[in-house]
Design a protein. Structure first.
Length: 114
């Protein structure tokens, strides 16, 4: 019977060592998983911050584009108004008179030099 007891004790010791090895392996896997989770959380936080910065830049650029589009619309409208206006609408009567006088003065100066 002592041999049976010794054999049973040996099996128990072997099983305990196998259990300890499995627990160590499991613990190591849990530790590595914990490290990966920590790294992924950190990376996720960095990506969220980067996303926030990019969203802010996008909003700013979008606002600038909208402002430029409004300015283009205003300039096109003004250009259309100027292009469609006749010569009579371009200058007021006072400006026309001043321009005529200036042209007459210039012609007189040119003629005096000839």
């Amino acid at each position: 019977m002592d041999y049976q007891q010794a054999g049973t004790d040996a099996k128990v010791i072997i099983e305990q060592k196998e259990i300890e090895a499995e627990l160590k392996s499991l613990w190591e896997k849990i530790r590595k998983a914990s490290e990966v989770i920590f790294m992924l959380r950190d990376e996720n936080q960095q990506l969220k911050a980067q996303n926030s910065d990019l969203q802010q830049k996008y909003d700013e650029l979008n606002s600038q584009i909208m402002a430029k589009e409004q300015e283009m619309i205003r300039i096109r409208t003004e250009y259309s108004r100027l292009a469609s206006s006749t010569g009579e609408d371009t200058f007021s009567s006072t400006e026309k008179e001043a321009l005529k006088n200036r042209i007459t003065d210039l012609i007189t100066k040119i003629n005096s030099h000839l």
